[in-house]
Design a protein. Sequence first.
Length: 177
Amino acid sequence: MVMRPVLSSVTLVALILTFLFVGCAKEEPPPPTTEPPPRPVAPPPPPAPTPTPPPGPSISQQAFQEFQNQDISFDFDKYDLRTDARTVLDRKASFLNQNSSVRVQIEGHCDERGTNEYNLALGERRANAAKQYLTTAGISAGRLSTISYGEERPLDPGHNEAAWARNRRAHFVITGQ
C-alpha cells in the first residue's frame, strides 16, 4: 500500500515537469531592426489661400486681378467704412453689375492686437459691412458670402503700426461664375 502513494507522487511530478518543459516553449525575440528612429514630425503648414477659378471669357484677366487685388482698409478697432473704402466698393459694385454671374467671398481680417475671439468677431463685422454696402448698391446678397479670419492670415507679418494697418482689411475672392 505504500507503493501506491509513491507511484502517484512520481507520476504527478513527471506530469508537472512535462507540462513545464513542453507547455512553456520560449519564443525567440525578433531580430533588432536597423532602421533609424523616426524623425520628429514638422507641424503642418498653414492652410493655403482658397484657390480662385480662372476668369471666364466674359471677364478680362486684368479686371479679374484688379477686383481681387484691391482690398479695403479699416481703422484700428473699427468696422465702419472709410471714404477710400467706399470708393473701392463702388468700383467693385460696378464690376459685379457688369459681371452678373460672378460670386464673391468677402474675407474680414484684423491685426494681431486683441484676443482671437475678439478679432474673429471684428473680422466678421468688417466683412459684413462690405457686404451690406454692396447689397445696398444693388448686388444680390446670394452672390456674396463672408468669412472672418481674424488675425490668422496677416498680409504683413510685421509687428508695427504700418504692418497692423495693412492687416486691418477686407479682401475679396471670386469664388465662381
